[in-house]
Ligand binder design. Structure first.
Ligand code: SF4
Length: 324
């Protein structure tokens, strides 16, 4: 379902890192909005800048320049330590690897109790606190006996559900999900994404869903943005995106998705095949940064950077070939 009240608005957002080899522009003038109750997918290969954006929105890094506003007025281009308690509570993160994000020395009861102690805003009795911890576990569909288990005795999918429950224990409005299923077996991935979607719809949560896997976003996201070398090259509502992918890089990604049925193979873009490697973000090509891999490039592509243009309602793309 599409929603129009902006929750997160990002404009000209940039993030640079100093390295031994020079300045790395990890996020390069990115613009997007995530609306209330929306699932927004940010997709790209490793090094595209997608996780850096997620890390900035939760305060792991500050923005180098540009703006990131939450609920139209709260600056979230700043670090977690500089944020108000309310902002820390209202924006939560679920990491890729549940194994390393849960403290092995703490029981599930202790893990789920931390955000309740930090953010409940009132003095709870022992029973009230326990009741809230049990309710957090029940929301993700695990039985009460898990409360006294430790992470080492829990499977990968269940550990990730505990991470989701920990995020929900803070009672947030917005959750950044950074590759939440990529460390899990394929058989468990669907179970986790279905649960995430169920929770989002039940509580009208907003998600930033970061992934390299286009198959996953089709069923979970309202809108999708594709990132390449720090920039968004295409952004569209999910249906428009899959029915009419426009950017050559998007077509390349879609063409490389493995499918089982011949009918599905026929639906995939056939116009472009993957060629070459993603260039180093430390040494971005001039003009369109996709030009070294693009079979449609012409002279202008190597000299002038294309700008984002809206080619159909809410469907944005940056490519000279498409008049952008
Ligand atoms: Fe290819 Fe040129 Fe479009 Fe870049 S601007 S994607 S090089 S056609």
């Amino acid at each position: 379902m599409s929603h129009e009240e902006p929750l997160v608005r990002v404009e000209n957002l940039c993030k640079t890192f100093k390295t031994n080899f020079g300045t790395l522009l990890a996020v390069d003038n990115v613009d997007f909005t995530i609306n209330k109750g929306e699932v927004f997918g940010l997709v790209g290969e490793s090094g595209s800048g997608k996780s850096t954006i997620g890390s900035m929105l939760v305060g792991m890094y500050n923005a180098t320049s540009g703006t990131a506003l939450y609920r139209q007025e709260h600056n979230i281009g700043i670090k977690h330590s500089e944020r108000s308690k309310w902002l820390k509570q209202d924006i939560q993160l679920v990491f890729q690897d549940p194994g390393s994000s849960l403290n092995p020395r703490k029981s599930v009861r202790q893990i789920l109790g931390v955000p309740i102690d930090l953010f409940s805003g009132e003095k709870l009795t022992y029973q009230e606190r326990n009741h809230r911890i049990e309710a957090s576990l029940a929301r993700i569909g695990l039985p009460p006996e898990y409360l006294d288990k430790y992470p080492r005795s829990i499977g990968g999918g269940e550990k990730q559900l505990i991470c989701v429950a920990r995020a929900l224990s803070a009672n947030p409005s917005f959750i950044v999900l950074d590759e939440p299923t990529s460390a899990l077996d394929v058989s468990i991935q669907a179970k986790i994404t279905n649960k995430l979607l169920e929770l989002q719809q039940k509580d009208n949560l907003s998600y930033l869903f970061i992934t390299h896997n286009l198959c996953l976003v089709r069923n979970i996201c309202d809108r999708i943005a594709i990132m390449y070398l720090g920039k968004i090259c295409e952004m569209a509502p999910t249906q428009s995106f899959f029915n009419n992918p426009l950017h050559p890089y998007t077509q390349m990604l879609l063409a490389s998705i493995p499918v089982l049925a011949e009918e599905e193979e026929k639906l995939k873009p056939q116009r472009i095949r993957s060629t070459g490697e993603i260039p180093s973000p430390l040494n971005k090509p001039k003009g369109c940064s996709f030009h070294p891999r693009c079979p449609h490039k012409n002279d202008i592509c190597t000299q002038i950077e294309p700008q984002m243009a809206e080619l159909s309602p809410n469907h944005f793309v940056s490519c000279h070939l498409l008049g952008a």
